[in-house]
Write a protein that binds this ligand. Sequence first.
Ligand SMILES: [Zn+2]
Length: 294
Amino acid sequence: MRLTGRRESNNVDDRRGMGMGTKAGIGGIGGIILIALITFLSGGDMGDVVNNVLQQELQGPTEVQTGGQQHQFSAEEEKLANFSKQILAGTEDVWTEQFQLHGMRYQYPTLVLYTGAVQTACGDGSAAMGPFYCSADQRLYLDLSFFSGMRKDLGLKAKGDLDFAYAYVIAHEVGHHVEYLRGILGECHAKMARVNKEEANKLSVKLELLADYYAGCWAHYDNEKYQSLTDGDIEEAIDCAEKIGDNYLQKKARGYAMPETFTHGTSEQRMYWLKKGIETGDWNTTTFSPSDLD
Ligand SMILES: [Zn+2]
C-alpha cells in the first residue's frame, strides 16, 4: 500500500502494556459462556475461541498482571501502531463521505490497542480471540501481535509486507461497526438469540461476509481517493480471505470441515465478497442488504 503522508486517526485508545488493571481470571463454564458471548456480540474473528478457553481451563485460570512498569515498544510494533492509525483514518474519511452521500451521518468508532487482555463493554477480551468489535462501546480491539501471528500461522503467499492483508483485518472490524450503525448488527443478533445454534451460525456467516464486503468497499474508495493500492495488494488480501475461511481453518486444525459449525463463511465466500466490494464499492444497494438476513 502507498500510505506516505496519510494522516493518523486520533480515535485511538492506546492501552498497550497496561494489562487489565487488576488480576483477571478466565476459567470455568462461566468463562466459556462469557467468551462465547463476546464473540457472539462482536463478531470476534479468527480465534477458535472455545478451544482456547478449554485449553486455558486445563492450564488453570489465566492471570494477567497489573500494569505499571513502562512497556518498551519495538520499532516494528510502533510501525504497526502508526499503520493501524492510518488505516483507521482512511476508514473514517471514506465512511464519512459515503454515509453523507446517502444522507446519513457516520460516527467514528474508537480503536483500542492492547497487549494480552482487555476489558470491554462486552466482557473481558483476550488476544487469543483475534481482533474484534464490541457494539456496546463501539470500539475495535486489536492486539498488534495478531499481525505477526498472521504472517507466521496463515502461510500467506506474499513474501514482502502484508500491509493490505492487515488493512483488510482492520477494515473488516470497521465493517461490523458500519453494520451496527445501519442497524443490521442489532437486528441480526436479536434473531440469533431466537433460533437454534445452526441457524444462528448461518446468520453469523452473513454478518461476517457483509463485514468482508464492507472492507472491500472501503478499499475501493480509499484507492479512488488516495491511490493507496499497489501491485499485488488485492491478491494479498484475497489470499488472506481464503486462508481464514472456516473450511480452510477447520481442515487445517482437524483434517475435516463441519459446515454446520461455520460462523465466518467458506474461503470461496469470503474471497467472493471481499473481491466484489473492492471491485464495485457498491455498499448501499440491495446487493447484500439487511433483508438478506431473513
Ligand atoms: Zn468479523
